[in-house]
Write a protein that binds this ligand. Structure first.
Ligand code: M6R
Length: 605
């Protein structure tokens, strides 16, 4: 959550900071602010509630000149949305921005007698004052002492009044990446802010102090020794982080799915079979385990639900899916015989990261499916399988979900092969089926007609229900989440047979029910469930494969996907569900890419 950018160099800092904040805004958008040294080395702070565009108007009016500064876009945790709670925070000679949560802020407030000094309600301002109290002219020494006292997650960028032209940073858990570029030194909470300037960057090592000046970046450990960080290469270009003519990032990212699928699957295919040699993932990992435990949050967790429904019947071993925020406080049943699959687009979701740590402490082998290269989860897992979706900017996950599924499908196939559950021919046929899903997705992306019409109906209603059986139920969970998060329409997903155990009481005239019926072995049962809701007046939207015959009047809208093997229908269905949510949000004139109360990366509990 919260976007951070810092810059020192020859260019005008204001435009770099504001441009960077616009790129990072998807991380949080309650308020934004910048701090900078002016040409006479005086520190100025400008901060405002609302989006970066509002901050820009103020800063442009000021027409300030600067070559060093830092900016922040906030997702409120401690303290409401107000100008005072916006970052940067000033504390004596210290100016500080923060991403994360300081858990012991209350006791620090008392210990350092800060009650009367604090202007905001934030934990971040407490950190700024604690730092000020340690500061006696040596920034690194003060930061080292600060780190000793901080409990929680943080990425801090700091300016000291008497060190003009310099930005200092330190992190614990919360991400920071940095680069020295021909345009100057940059640090940010994620790569999207760096790609206009460089392809080479490094991940700031935890508990290391970074110093940016106009001509270099230095990294020190907490004993003051210089450290050379490992340089990484960005494999995205600027286009990947721009809308490129689409009205919203979400629509662009929906369109990018077929390409993202190919990028994730094709490099891992050898002679028609999945092959993870280049990822360094040995077959033994799949052969040895007695069970699989998937752990993730939100959309990524829903990808795990699909994988469970896919894998268990073939592999014949238990596959469990856990919500990371629950798992991390459990005494889980995992051990050396468990393969824990961690799924995360960002690779920095705090609950998922904590769950990974817990699983490791129980001796489980961990394999992460992650989109962001070099992210914390990727680095801390035993093995990592990167998805190649490129940057996902819209808060609502779309292409990341499809490629997480693609990765899980490939794992399922490889595992079935090495455990003797698939013959070579079956594995090849499975992979062919997966590839066939890509043109089916393209077809659904091109059509989009029914979804617009349907969204017009949905936005008149307060509730929507998604029903399905087996794999279709697993897909419907994601459909409901998508609709809720960007259209603010209440939506729930139910196993179709479960509806009559309570929820059917909510079905009345015109309540939309989106029924997914792509699984042949339960098709007839599904149709019976559809009849039950239709009989109670529901407005039925039925999703099936083409060539399926249904009785007239059963569905108000019937959306058909191209014919596919049942195991792969999730891919075109996902496109339909994403488009339904998208057009519902557009129809309500909402902020599609940055829905209220949300942020892209959830780096706080
Ligand atoms: O970055 P992660 O995949 O770990 O994020 C997990 C969830 O926060 C995320 O999938 C969220 O549910 C989606 N953005 C919703 O569309």
């Amino acid at each position: 959550m919260c976007g951070i950018i810092g810059y020192s160099g020859p260019l005008e800092a204001g435009s770099i900071l504001l441009g960077g904040l616009s790129q990072l805004e998807y991380r949080g958008y309650d308020s934004a602010g910048i701090a900078y040294f002016d040409t006479s080395s005086k520190v100025h702070v400008v901060k405002k509630t609302g989006k970066v565009a509002r901050l820009k108007e103020t800063v442009e009016v000021m027409k300030a000149s600067s070559h060093c500064g830092m900016g922040h876009t906030r997702w409120a945790t401690h303290g409401g949305v107000s100008d005072e709670n916006a970052h940067p925070h000033r504390a004596g000679r210290v100016t500080l921005i923060h991403n994360g949560i300081i858990e012991n802020y209350h006791s620090l407030t008392q210990e350092f007698h800060l009650e009367s000094q604090l202007i905001s309600q934030t934990d971040s301002e407490v950190a700024a004052w604690v730092l000020e109290s340690f500061y006696s002219g040596d920034p690194k020494e003060a930061i080292r002492k600060l780190a000793e006292r901080m409990d929680g997650a943080y990425g801090f960028c700091i300016m000291f009044d008497d060190h003009p032209g310099e930005i200092y940073a330190i992190r614990n858990v919360s991400p920071l990446v940095a680069a020295y570029t021909p345009s100057g030194a940059l640090i940010a909470s994620d790569l999207t802010a760096l790609i206009p300037y460089t392809k080479r960057y490094f991940v700031v090592p935890e508990q290391h102090i970074v110093k940016l000046t106009g001509y270099k970046i230095s990294v020190f450990d907490l004993d003051g020794a210089r450290v050379m960080p490992e340089m990484l290469e960005i494999n995205w270009n600027m286009d990947a982080a721009m809308k490129n003519g689409f009205p919203h990032f979400m629509l662009k990212e929906i369109h990018e799915q077929p390409e993202a699928m190919k990028n994730t699957i094709l490099p891992r295919m050898t002679k028609g079979l999945p092959d993870f040699t280049d990822d360094g993932i040995p077959d033994q990992l799949f052969e040895d385990c007695r069970e699989i435990h998937m752990i993730a949050c939100g959309t990524a967790m829903h990808a795990g639900m699909v994988a469970k429904a896919l894998m268990e019947p073939v592999l014949r071993i238990p596959v469990t899916v856990s919500i990371a925020s629950e798992f991390r406080y459990e005494d889980p049943l995992v051990d050396e015989g468990t393969l824990v699959i961690i799924i995360s687009q960002s690779g920095e979701t705090i609950d998922t990261l904590a769950a990974l740590g817990l699983a490791k402490s129980y001796g489980a082998k961990t394999l992460a499916i992650v989109n962001v290269k070099g992210s914390t989860i990727a680095r801390e897992s035993d093995y990592v399988l990167y998805t190649h979706a490129g940057p996902e900017i819209a808060v609502a996950s779309t292409k990341a979900y499809s490629v997480q599924l693609a990765a899980l499908y490939m794992i399922s196939c490889r595992m079935s092969l090495v455990r003797g559950k698939f013959t070579r021919e079956q594995a090849e046929a499975f992979l062919t089926g997966l590839l066939d899903a890509i043109p089916a997705m393209e077809t659904m992306i091109e059509r989009q007609l029914e979804e617009k019409h349907l969204a017009a109906h949905l936005i008149q209603q307060h509730d929507t229900f998604f029903i399905g059986r087996g794999l279709d139920y697993a897909f419907s969970l994601e459909g409901a989440l998508k609709l809720k998060e960007i259209s603010y329409i209440h939506a729930d997903a139910y196993a179709a047979g479960e509806l009559k155990h309570g929820t059917i009481a909510l079905i009345s005239q015109d309540v939309p029910v989106i029924a997914i019926a792509t699984q042949e072995h339960v098709f007839a049962k599904m149709i019976s469930n559809v009849r039950e809701v239709k009989a109670r007046g529901a407005f039925v939207i039925l999703l099936t494969k083409e060539h399926v015959q249904i009785d007239e009047g059963l569905a108000d809208i019937h959306i058909k996907i191209p014919h596919l093997d049942d195991r792969f229908t999730v891919f075109p269905i996902a496109v339909i569900l994403q488009l339904i949510a998208y057009y519902a949000s557009v129809g309500k004139n909402l902020d599609v890419d940055q829905p209220r109360n949300l942020a892209k990366s959830v780096t706080v509990e």
